[in-house]
Design a protein around this ligand. Structure first.
Ligand code: AMP
Length: 194
């Protein structure tokens, strides 16, 4: 299996690149943000809970997020691999994912971390907010809090994968195709060495 953690701050381009990667490598795309947004639209209990955190730019509690993610993986038993987009966002989530995948006889192959400077992130998020109507992309205070939460709680997750020699930085600035090519060349090199 090829299991990729696509990592990076909000606005780094994870969703855009994940869509291209799943086609090329025949993977299932699991975006926890997208799953929460679907639940919010469907007005489920999980959606109501998640919304209260997402509206502030805070993380949804680990327990709920981990349970939801595991259920989504279990919905794809035939998959030959996954792209985890927006998950794990805490070390607790990373540890839970490792245990869960181990139980299935697999593991994370690689974490690809898209690097983009903060100024560019804010510009991209505000532009996405205008185009998509995503509430958390329209308010600069919420955006600033999401970046702060990323720096304080999420960035450290890179250390977890770095300690296992699974961490790779990728320059996240350039055209969509340029960034995609950079990601593919890291994946292809990794696969050859497996
Ligand atoms: P995203 O679409 O990845 O930018 O996520 C949007 C929002 O969903 C985040 O700001 C969090 O409130 C919530 N969220 C998404 N993924 C996670 C996660 N792995 N852990 C906790 N909260 C999350």
């Amino acid at each position: 299996m090829l299991n990729i953690v696509l990592f990076g701050p909000p606005g780094a381009g994870k969703g855009t690149q994940a869509e291209k990667l799943i086609t090329k490598y025949n993977l299932a795309h699991l975006s926890t943000g997208d799953i929460f947004r679907t639940n919010i639209k469907g007005e489920t209990k999980l959606g109501v809970l998640a919304k209260s955190y997402m509206d502030e730019g805070d993380l949804v509690p680990d327990e709920v997020t981990i349970k939801m993610l595991e259920a989504e993986v279990n919905k794809n038993p035939e998959s030959t691999g996954f792209i985890f987009d927006g998950f794990p966002r805490t070390t607790t989530q990373a540890e839970a994912l490792a245990d869960f995948l181990k139980g299935k006889g697999t593991e994370i192959t690689i974490m690809l971390a898209l690097e983009v400077v903060e100024e560019e992130l804010i510009k991209r998020l505000l532009s996405r907010g205008r185009d998509s109507g995503r509430a958390d992309d329209q308010d600069e205070n919420i955006i600033t809090n999401r970046i702060k939460v990323y720096n304080e709680q999420t960035a450290v997750v890179a250390d977890f994968y770095n300690a296992q020699n699974k961490f790779q930085k990728v320059d996240g600035v350039g055209s969509i195709d340029e960034i995609f090519d950079r990601l593919c060349s890291v994946i292809d090199t990794q696969q050859v060495s497996l």
